[in-house]
Design a protein around this ligand. Structure first.
Ligand SMILES: Cc1cc2nc3c(=O)[nH]c(=O)nc-3n(C[C@H](O)[C@H](O)[C@H](O)COP(=O)(O)O)c2cc1C
Length: 343
């Protein structure tokens, strides 16, 4: 067996720790979202998940989905599916046509339409097939390969999954510290994420789940020092600057890590999203909203104006008069209209 993705330009090994990644999100982490996250501090960005079966049969639309701009680099394309031969061809096409910095394999998605076909998180229960899929990708690309897994599902834990695949030449793992059963809410087991790192000390391990403010991030990194970094998904909604804030907090105010010890409920925490800390004023946020809208419009034209709406609503959370503003913003049909509404 020949692996072409060894001993080469592996971007995962070149970062200063901690590595802060914009985690993959279907319908969210498009090129504009990745560009804005990168500009405001993300170290690495992931695509939305792309179907290997679509890439196998009719690649054009999916190749468009994962296209990127060099300012998003290092950029990782995430693949999902359940057939090794589809992964094999998808890895070749992505490597040749898209030329990202890495390829990721989705072992974590619990969505019914993915899981019920035996893809995403369902694969964690089938070690033999998972190994074939990882090998199929590693053998057909010279890019570093990473995997994204969950804390576990049914009888299999992330620890067992990693134990059974650790000999394969993937470079990095993002562990969503919730089980399949706890879906997108509930406790995130960061200690388990750190235990994963103990099994594979030479691979990069990023912990993911429930990180909504910089203080949380710093607390996790301090409590679990073996982690190489964090993956942030919903915590970056309407707050792409969270990555920069984490870095600022780590650099200047390590003592603030203890702020996360405060007792706040989950919903309070989401509202108290530290907007005005670190100098994030309303006018700065508005500027970033316009910047984001321009990027999405440039990439997707009129269609982008529909897709920016959810982002705009996230950005204005907590603004006085947000409800009124939201009603106007969701009707905006151009960057100019958005700019007028925000004046
Ligand atoms: C809308 C949405 C879309 C997602 N799409 C993907 C995806 O395409 N691939 C993937 O591996 N995970 C996907 N996820 C999972 C996230 O990457 C992340 O693991 C999860 O949201 C937990 O992190 P958080 O608590 O920071 O949001 C998605 C999550 C959300 C909310």
């Amino acid at each position: 067996m020949t692996y072409h993705n060894l001993n080469m330009n592996n971007f995962w090994q070149k970062f200063e720790k901690p590595i802060l990644a914009l985690a993959p999100m279907a319908g969210i982490t498009d090129s504009a979202c990745r560009q804005i996250s990168k500009k405001y501090g993300a170290d690495v960005t992931y695509s939305e998940m792309a179907s290997v079966t679509a890439l196998f049969h009719k690649p054009a639309k999916t190749l468009k989905l994962v296209g990127f701009n060099k300012s998003e680099r290092p950029y990782v394309v995430q693949l999902f599916g359940n057939k090794p031969e589809h992964f094999e061809k998808a890895a070749k096409i992505i490597t040749k046509e898209i030329k990202p910095d890495g390829i990721d394999i989705n072992f974590g998605c619990p969505a019914k339409k993915v899981f019920s076909h035996g893809s995403g998180c369902a694969l964690m229960n089938n070690i033999k097939l998972s190994r074939e899929i990882i090998k199929a990708v590693c053998e057909n690309t010279n890019l570093p390969v990473s995997i994204k897994i969950r804390a576990g599902l049914k009888n299999i834990s992330a620890l067992k999954f990693i134990e059974k695949t650790k000999d394969l030449p993937y470079s990095a793992v993002m562990v969503h510290g919730r089980t399949y059963e706890s879906s997108f809410s509930g406790t995130v087991d960061f200690s388990l994420c750190e235990q994963v790192k103990k099994i594979i000390p030479d691979k990069i391990v990023l912990a993911n789940g429930g990180i909504y403010d910089p203080e949380d991030a710093v607390k996790i990194l301090k409590t679990y020092p073996l982690l190489d970094g964090l993956g942030i998904a919903r915590g970056a909604w309407g707050r792409p600057w969270i990555f920069k804030q984490i870095k600022q907090l780590l650099a200047c105010h390590p003592e603030l890590a203890c702020l996360s010890d405060r007792q706040v409920s989950g919903s309070q925490k989401i509202q108290d999203r530290s907007r005005n800390k670190f100098g994030m004023t309303k006018s700065k946020i508005k500027k970033i909203m316009i910047e984001h809208a321009k990027l999405i419009y440039k990439d997707k034209k009129e269609l982008g104006m529909f897709e920016i709406r959810k982002h705009l609503c996230w950005y204005i959370k907590g603004f006085p008069g947000a409800a009124e503003l939201r009603k106007k913003l969701v009707l905006a049909k151009s960057v100019g209209e958005i700019r007028k509404i925000l004046k």
